[in-house]
Design a protein around this ligand. Structure first.
Ligand SMILES: [Zn+2]
Length: 360
């Protein structure tokens, strides 16, 4: 069974990435046809493969192997490909919360959004000619956290793009960027990868099939997360626990839901990453409830909770469930935009459909 899934899902385009065939084909064709753009926006959920795709694109743009350069398929062996994989190529830079963190620590400021200083540094980089490759490639991770003034500064670079520069923005939520930024980028949208493909990617990496399937069931279509979970069992356990909490939250009374929202809101500043992880699990759980109600069980994110959710979902209409999914998405966007946490979380739970009164 797994072998069939594997051959069906194995990448055929030559880039070592699972899923996202249309995105890879599009980017490859642009290189082959000499139509590379100045700016791209790769959008999709956390762990879905944005950084992997951007890194492979950078390799394809800079590959020194004649065949690789002509076909738009990075060879993975030349000096340029190897330097990019190790993050040490002088013409490929990455800016993001991680690279900003060291300086933020020194200044004692919070490192939750990309600042104007980081974008100024980025703009200075784009002014330089490439040293070794044909292109200078600049990756901007966590683009959804760009502050307003930082977005405006970036917009200037996008409006007058320097020659030989390719800017690649990566974002969990492209909607949080200014429309003027989005319209100047070629949008590459990455959707969650099918569970069979995630399983196959793990099996191909040497994970035992039953365990691969178990991890894929929790991965929510994110092969990157699945790979990390295969190396660190604590991640799977944490995701399972987050799903348990999410199901309990969904199944709670109006009062219990509000208490949970307040508690989470009050700890947001100290446990930001955990709160976002809980909300991601919650989004998956509500989406699964919607899919179960719509009789579409093949698309479930977290299969292990199907029975319980199915029972809950029976009491609600599709519209109710759709509103709940939207409310979680809004809450995540509000928290990323620094709305007061308690307010954002309370507003979310108030949008959820209530449970049917218990029978006496
Ligand atoms: Zn190469």
């Amino acid at each position: 069974m797994v072998a069939t899934q594997r051959s069906a899902a194995a990448p055929t385009h030559g880039w070592p990435i699972w899923g996202h065939d249309a995105a890879v084909d599009g980017l490859r064709r642009e290189i082959v046809d000499g139509r590379v753009r100045h700016a791209y926006l790769i959008a999709g959920p956390d762990g879905v493969g944005k950084t992997t795709l951007a890194t492979l694109f950078a390799q394809a743009l800079c590959c020194q192997d004649p065949d690789g350069a002509a076909s738009g398929v990075p060879c993975g062996r030349c000096l340029a490909c190897r330097k990019i994989a190790r993050g040490v190529h002088p013409d490929v830079q990455t800016f993001g919360l991680a690279s900003q963190a060291t300086r933020a620590e020194k200044l004692g400021t919070k490192n939750t959004s990309l600042t104007i200083e980081t974008i100024r540094e980025l703009c200075a980089t784009t002014a330089l000619r490439p040293m070794e490759a044909r292109w200078r490639v600049v990756l901007v991770e966590d683009a959804e956290t760009l502050q307003g003034v930082a977005q405006e500064a970036l917009l200037k670079t996008l409006e007058e793009p320097p020659a030989a520069v390719v800017l690649i923005l990566l974002s969990d939520d492209a909607e949080l960027l200014l429309p003027t930024i989005r319209s100047r980028c070629q949008l590459v949208e990455l959707r969650p990868v099918g569970r069979g493909t995630v399983t196959a990617s793990l099996v191909a990496a040497g994970v035992e099939p039953a365990r691969a399937d178990e991890i894929a069931a929790l991965a929510g279509g994110a092969p990157g997360w699945a790979r990390r979970a295969a190396a660190d069992p604590k991640l799977s356990q944490a995701r399972r626990d987050a799903c348990e909490r999410a199901v309990a939250w969904v199944a709670g009374s109006v009062y219990d839901r509000m208490v949970a929202a307040v508690r989470l809101g009050d700890t947001f500043s100290k446990r930001r990453a955990e709160v976002f992880a809980d909300l991601d699990a919650l989004l998956g759980v509500w989406r699964d409830a919607l899919l179960l109600r719509a009789d579409l069980p093949h698309y479930l994110t977290y299969r292990g909770f199907a029975e319980r959710l199915s029972e809950l979902a029976r009491g609600w209409e599709l519209d109710d469930l759709h509103r709940a999914v939207c409310a979680v998405r809004t809450c995540i966007a509000d928290l990323e935009a620094n709305v007061r946490p308690r307010l954002a979380l309370e507003a979310m739970v108030l949008q959820w459909p209530t449970l049917l009164p218990e029978r006496p």
